[in-house]
Ligand binder design. Structure first.
Ligand SMILES: Cc1cc2nc3c(=O)[nH]c(=O)nc-3n(C[C@H](O)[C@H](O)[C@H](O)COP(=O)(O)OP(=O)(O)OC[C@H]3O[C@@H](n4cnc5c(N)ncnc54)[C@H](O)[C@@H]3O)c2cc1C
Length: 430
């Protein structure tokens, strides 16, 4: 019989490194938006990022595309920080803003959609500039681990970094890890998802370099090079390849190993001096790992519905016309007074989760989370109880569209997503 114990208690005495008004865990686009907004409102704010660059999937994960921010009929829906950062991303690096949208909303009808592909690294550096300018304390290479909970109130977060295990206290915690990493450990209810076989690198080839030189635009130097190529609907996911949760080291590693080996096999079939992989994703390209089980879950049947507690209007990025509003309740739970989420871990069901998690809405929900944290601290109330009209006014002052205009609603309000109607989709993921 083995004498090895299968369970043991591990304890450690920690000192409080520093106290903040707001701690934001995860420096993806949602987290950066939340941190910048909180700091601009005058709150001491700490942003913890486990990698070495800001922007999360949008930069480190090489997902460098703002999906459409309009209704597909020439009307812009998504504004606020998402609009500001789309424009920022086009300032120092290449851009793909369609000519119709170059100077803002087009004067005439167009079905051309408002998108932008950007340089991931340059945009990441611009985010560092935004964060430092706003006065946020930024810690790179620092993992937010366990939240310290007093019942359902979060007192702060334990971190792991070169400095060892440390504790930072806060009044409000925003979990923008994309995977609910921190709040899951605090026992906050969450819903896990599944992830398909998707893996995209950036490659240069002799031909792509030639094209860039001919067009005098470096954007053409990089081309996509995929491992798994499965889209967000999971079409053609191979039967013999698992769908990953993304919530354990084994699961994440299996996904990475399979994709590295597949890419290498493909490369072996090409001439070694004709191409190079110039960027590989620095984090798993998982779309839907875990979201907060919040007070409300956004559904496809919510299309064209106004919410009294809307924090932003958003549009469907795949299909024309479809409009939604995101209620504050998708980011909070009324039983957890000082915890908020945003971005990929805001609550949506099925395709509703896809709508709320992509880059422009992730920025807007992050911005709203920063405003909510600020308002709850200023008015000494729970995050779910902040005064909605003050919150909406503050967001509108930052150019966020809270309610979509009714004149944008089409006569036929049937919503079909990828060939399915709301009743079929709202039951779960595709
Ligand atoms: C394959 C794929 C294709 C996509 N295509 C598009 C597209 O074309 N356009 C589009 O708009 N969207 C697209 N998306 C979605 C979009 O990229 C993300 O949903 C969005 O960027 C999410 O932002 P986020 O800030 O919520 O989370 P994330 O980008 O996941 O950011 C989370 C951040 O938290 C950090 N972090 C995680 N855990 C910790 C921890 N414990 N401590 C400290 N830091 C931590 C991470 O390093 C990361 O920086 C795609 C996603 C995938 C996977």
């Amino acid at each position: 019989m083995s004498n090895v114990k299968t369970e043991f208690v591990y304890s450690k005495k920690l000192t409080i490194k520093k106290e903040y008004d707001v701690i934001v865990c995860g420096g993806g686009l949602a987290g950066v938006a939340a941190a910048v907004t909180s700091a601009k409102n005058g709150h001491s704010t700490l942003l913890l990022e486990k990698s070495n660059i800001l922007g999360g999937l949008g930069t480190l994960g090489l997902i460098n595309l703002f999906v459409p921010m309009c209704n597909g009929r020439g009307k812009q829906i998504i504004f606020g920080l998402a609009e500001k950062w789309l424009r920022l991303s086009a300032k120092q690096g290449f851009d793909t803003i369609p000519p119709e949208w170059k100077d803002g909303e087009p004067k005439t009808y167009t079905e051309k959609r408002y998108i932008q592909r950007f340089s991931p690294s340059i945009f990441a550096y611009q985010l560092t500039e935004e964060v430092t300018r706003a006065g946020v304390d930024l810690l790179f290479d620092c993992i937010a681990c366990d939240p310290v909970m007093n019942g359902k109130v979060c007192r702060g977060v334990i971190t792991e970094s070169k400095g060892g295990t440390e504790f930072y206290g806060c009044k409000t915690l925003i979990d923008t890890t994309g995977d609910c990493d921190v709040i899951r450990r605090g026992g906050v209810p969450y819903v896990s998802g599944e992830n398909f076989f998707s893996f995209y690198n950036k490659m240069i080839t002799l031909d792509s370099c030639k094209e860039a030189v001919e067009k005098q635009n470096v954007r053409f130097a990089c081309v996509g090079m995929a491992g798994g190529t499965i889209n967000l609907f999971g079409d053609n996911q191979p039967q013999d390849i698992p769908k990953w949760s993304g919530l354990s080291a084994e699961d994440v590693s299996d996904y990475i190993i399979r994709n590295h080996l597949l890419v290498l096999e493909r490369l072996k079939k090409t001439e070694r001096t004709s191409r190079d992989i110039v960027a590989t994703p620095g984090m798993p390209q998982f779309r839907t790992t875990a979201h907060l089980k919040a007070d409300y879950s956004l559904k496809i049947s919510d299309a064209y519905r106004h919410f009294d507690d809307s924090i932003c209007a958003i549009n469907d990025f795949e299909h024309r016309d479809h409009l939604f509003e995101v209620p504050l309740r998708c980011l909070v739970r009324s039983d957890y007074p000082n915890i908020i989420t945003a971005g990929r871990s805001a609550d949506g069901t099925g395709y509703g989760w896809d709508l709320i998690r992509v880059i422009p809405p992730a920025i807007l929900t992050g911005q709203a989370a920063g405003e909510v944290a600020s308002l709850s601290i200023k008015t000494n109330c729970a995050v779910s109880k902040v005064d909605i009209s003050t919150l909406q006014r503050n967001l509108e002052n930052e150019n966020v569209m809270i309610h979509f205009p009714d004149e944008y609603v089409p006569e036929d309000k049937t919503v079909i997503i990828h060939g399915k109607n709301a009743a079929e989709i709202d039951g779960g993921h595709f």
